[in-house]
Design a protein around this ligand. Structure first.
Ligand code: UDP
Length: 501
């Protein structure tokens, strides 16, 4: 196939060199630290869990180790206990759940707060002895699209403070996720002496730039932009998940505020190398087809249309000697949700392009079965218009599958061109087709990519590594807060009195 409007990236022939993955950044090992606790203040976590140490024959001589330090993660719409891959349930849910569970393993007591979005959802889900999801009342217990959620955030703050007062908890550090949770964190910071850490997950500043005309912007757009700036300037630290996001925060949002780069991670025990033949057998896929995979939500910004058009062009080119192809689209949708509309649009497009017989809509797939899909595929495509990080890319690479991804955001950081995949301009159908074809027609290169892509992810993007870095950040912030004077502007008693009034 001849390139038509391909970019430099896509026309560049694959260089078939095999390089060792980049040397991973050294990660500081956190030594067990002495307790800095004081009444009502922060305790740094003990890395020796006393509850797991009863059988020690030195028990009687042991110094009493302080109980775990409680911390709160807030994710107002990304329920960490939710089924992933459905409407508005994606990377953020995975991030919060995995970070929460990994931090609990490292010695913290982790409470993850989200909004109750269904009357049948339990108020508290216990994930382990030291990690739970707590669903708070904030608006009706039903799905509310993100664009209409902000008006319920004052109730979220009230529910959080009530829960904390009732439960007797003390969270000296709160890590918020997404701008609305960040707003919640800023309100809590006004009434209690917390360290506020924030991860954006997505930036209005970028999203609205891409939308262009103001007619498509939600009513909350200007509030969001304002809150995103306040968070960067007033939180104690913002976690950017890639150097690219850090750059955007500085250039588009504010020059003020602390930023640290700590990437997202992946579960390297779930996503690892397994033989492709075994995965195909498990899923019932033919061994003679070349499989192109998409995994993710049905959202126009995910660029599934670009991929479908690129795939169709590959199947239609009579000059090509491509083996038979299959496009597998993984991701769920709600019966009456906005993602249903996008799924129907993609299904119609697939039918119109005459590729229905070669396309499989696999629906929502649990994380435990996803590794088989990544492994069964010859290439995983990530055609997003923009991607702050893109967990799917590292999951696919961890399974040794080459990726063809848009050259945007966090994908520039995680995909090493020619070594773990290819990067092409977003929304460029022709460039995607060429890059996918290059991967499919160079099986020897793909075999070499397998080992190095998987090693690259294992060394740089494990959740354990991410939790070590976050833990280190939390400990530094808590230590600083013990030394710094209190910043509380409203006494908690006054805030609680206001609530019970
Ligand atoms: N996912 C899943 N099952 C599905 C579809 C997606 O578990 O059927 C997961 C996928 O494995 C990934 C997350 O949803 O961990 C999507 O994260 P990503 O950062 O790629 O996209 P986002 O949803 O944050 O835009």
């Amino acid at each position: 196939m001849k390139p038509t409007s391909a970019s430099n990236q896509s026309t560049r022939p694959l260089r078939m060199r095999v390089q060792a993955p980049r040397t991973p950044q050294p990660q500081a090992m956190i030594p067990p630290s002495p307790s800095l606790s004081r009444s009502g203040g922060a305790q740094l976590p003990s890395f020796n869990d006393p509850s797991e140490n009863h059988s020690s024959r030195f028990a009687s001589a042991q110094i009493k180790i302080p109980s775990r330090q409680s911390i709160a993660l807030i994710s107002e719409h990304g329920d960490p206990a939710a089924e992933i891959g459905r409407e508005e349930a994606g990377g953020q849910n995975v991030y919060v759940r995995q970070v929460g569970e990994s931090l609990a393993k490292m010695g913290w007591q982790v409470d993850m707060f989200t909004r109750k979005a269904s009357p049948t959802d339990a108020a508290i889900v216990q994930h382990g002895p030291h990690c739970r999801t707590i669903r708070l009342d904030a608006g009706p217990a039903e799905f509310i699209p993100r664009d209409r959620l902000f008006e319920h955030m004052p109730e979220f703050v009230d529910s959080f403070l009530r829960f904390q007062a009732k439960d007797g908890g003390n969270y000296p550090l709160i890590h918020t996720n997404y701008w609305m949770s960040g707003w919640v964190g800023l309100q809590i910071k006004q009434v209690s002496n917390i360290q506020l850490i924030h991860t954006y997950h997505s930036l209005g500043a970028i999203k609205y730039q891409a939308l262009g005309s103001s007619s498509q912007k939600p009513a909350s757009a200007s509030i969001r932009l304002d809150v995103e700036r306040q968070i960067l300037e007033q939180a104690d630290c913002v976690v950017a998940t890639s150097p690219q996001e850090q750059e955007h925060l500085r250039s588009l949002i504010s020059q003020q505020g602390n930023i640290e780069v700590i990437p997202c991670g992946t579960d390297v025990e779930t996503f690892h190398l397994i033989p492709q033949a075994a995965a195909r057998k498990t899923l019932g896929f033919s061994s003679s087809e070349k499989i192109v995979l998409y995994v993710g939500r049905f959202d126009p910004r995910k660029g599934i249309e670009t991929l479908v058009r690129a795939f169709a062009s590959l199947t239609k080119n009579p000059e090509d000697h491509m083996p038979s192809l299959r496009l597998v689209i993984v991701g769920g949708s709600q019966v009456d949700g906005v993602d249903r509309a996008e799924r129907s649009r993609i299904e119609s497009l697939v039918a119109d392009l005459g590729i229905a017989a070669q396309t499989t809509f696999a629906g929502q797939v649990g994380h435990d079965r996803l590794a088989d899909y990544y492994t069964a595929a010859d290439v995983c495509a990530i055609p997003s218009h923009y991607e702050p990080f893109g967990l799917v890319a590292i999951e696919a690479m961890a399974c040794g599958t080459p990726v063809v991804a848009s050259d945007v955001g966090g994908l520039k950081f995680t995909v090493v061109p020619d070594e773990t995949g290819l990067l092409v301009p977003p929304q460029d159908v022709s460039a995607f087709a060429i890059a996918i074809e290059q991967v499919l027609t160079h099986p020897q290169w793909s075999t070499q990519v397998r080992q190095q892509a998987s090693a690259w992810v294992q060394q740089n993007f494990s959740w354990t590594g991410v939790a070590v870095q976050l833990s280190d950040l939390y400990r530094r912030r808590l230590a600083e807060s013990l030394l710094a004077p209190s910043q509380i502007r409203v006494m908690p008693e006054a805030a609680l009195a206001r609530l019970s009034a």
